[in-house]
Design a protein around this ligand. Structure first.
Ligand code: AMP
Ligand code: MG
Length: 320
């Protein structure tokens, strides 16, 4: 059952987060559905609890800019914006550091990571006590309205998460502004709590990516061409060639050159948590051994399997 925790039980909420449990918490924007961003199973659990249909990257939350910039490469623009707007409703998309603690699943396998320092005393205290980066999309079932009270959270997620930390209603009530600083020109991916004008006062002109921009390759979440293994991917494999690398699910097919099992027991949450690491490992190890491709066993089209299959379909799609 989902526990409704008053602010006095902050330490319990932090301990749950450290233990890999999911805890919803208030921020100045909306309630976030938090999980340890370095724990692939916790992150897979966020996708499952929300019923999020695709591997949309999650925003990672930190108690201060120093903690955030330990996981991403911050340039002068990022530092200036952080000094001006953090804590606050601005999310910065920046390149991951090589030693980034955050699981690849959190960022949907991208080379970039969205980071933020929320402006809410309870959220900041929780993040400080948890001591880990916290992945947190809005604490609602996918497709629903974002929650701005603990009661809203329970309406959608009761029984699906360990606890809700009750900090009363959220102040801002709309999600953070998402700004992509991973390229030469800053790009507004999502308008939000910090205005474009305020950002432009610091950075100068900022281009806006419209959600309708279809083929524009910055459109987050939908843009899985960011991840493409060097080796071609063959899906729905039911037999193996000796020079193929196998991405297995359940009991592995015989005859593969090398194998990465997403989940021996057929656990979709485990499989989702292991997918990106597996594709990267098969790609590197397969290339080293002269494999001609990666063959992926079928994954059921249910629950997190939809997300896994979505990623595999994109990985297998013809390269541009
Ligand atoms: P939500 O968690 O539902 O508030 O959504 C987070 C938003 O940030 C979505 O629009 C994501 O696609 C976007 N986002 C998160 N991480 C990245 C990233 N690495 N690159 C681009 N967009 C991102
Ligand atoms: Mg949302």
């Amino acid at each position: 059952m989902t526990a409704l925790l008053p602010p006095a039980e902050l330490a319990r909420a932090a301990a749950l987060l450290r233990a890999g449990e999911l805890v919803a918490f208030p921020t100045e924007t909306v309630y976030g559905l938090g999980g340890d961003a370095g724990n692939g199973r916790a992150v897979a659990g966020i996708f499952a609890a929300k019923g999020r249909p695709h591997f949309n990257p999650l925003i990672c939350h930190y108690p201060d800019a120093t903690a955030a910039f330990a996981d991403v490469v911050a340039d002068a623009r990022a530092r200036a914006l952080a000094a001006r707007f953090w804590p606050g409703p601005l999310t910065l998309v920046l390149p991951r550091r090589p030693d980034c603690r955050v699981d690849l699943l959190t960022g949907a396998g991208l080379e970039t990571l969205a980071v933020r320092v929320p402006d809410h005393p309870l959220a900041l205290a929780l993040l400080r006590q948890a001591g880990v980066p916290v992945a947190a999309p809005s604490a609602n079932r996918s497709g629903g309205v974002s929650p701005t009270t603990a009661a809203h959270v329970l309406e959608g997620l009761s029984g699906r998460i360990a606890a809700v930390l009750d900090g009363g209603p959220c102040g801002v009530g709309v999600e953070s502004t998402v700004l992509d600083l991973s390229g030469a020109a800053p790009l507004l991916l999502r308008p939000g709590g910090v205005t474009l004008e305020a950002i432009e006062a610091v950075l100068g002109p900022v281009a806006r990516v419209l959600p309708t921009a279809g083929a524009t390759p910055r459109s987050p979440g939908q843009l899985l061409s960011h991840y493409a293994p060097a080796l071609p991917v063959r899906r729905h494999a039911t037999a193996m060639a000796a020079d193929e690398a196998l991405l297995a699910f359940g009991p592995p097919l015989p005859g593969a050159a090398i194998t990465w099992n997403l989940s021996e027991t057929g656990d979709l949450a485990e499989a989702a948590a292991r997918l990106f690491a597996g594709l990267r490992w098969l790609d590197a190890e397969g290339a080293r051994r002269g494999c001609r491709g990666i063959a992926a066993m079928p994954v059921p089209e249910t629950g997190l399997g939809l997300a896994i299959n979505d990623r595999l379909a994109r990985a297998a799609a013809p390269r541009r």
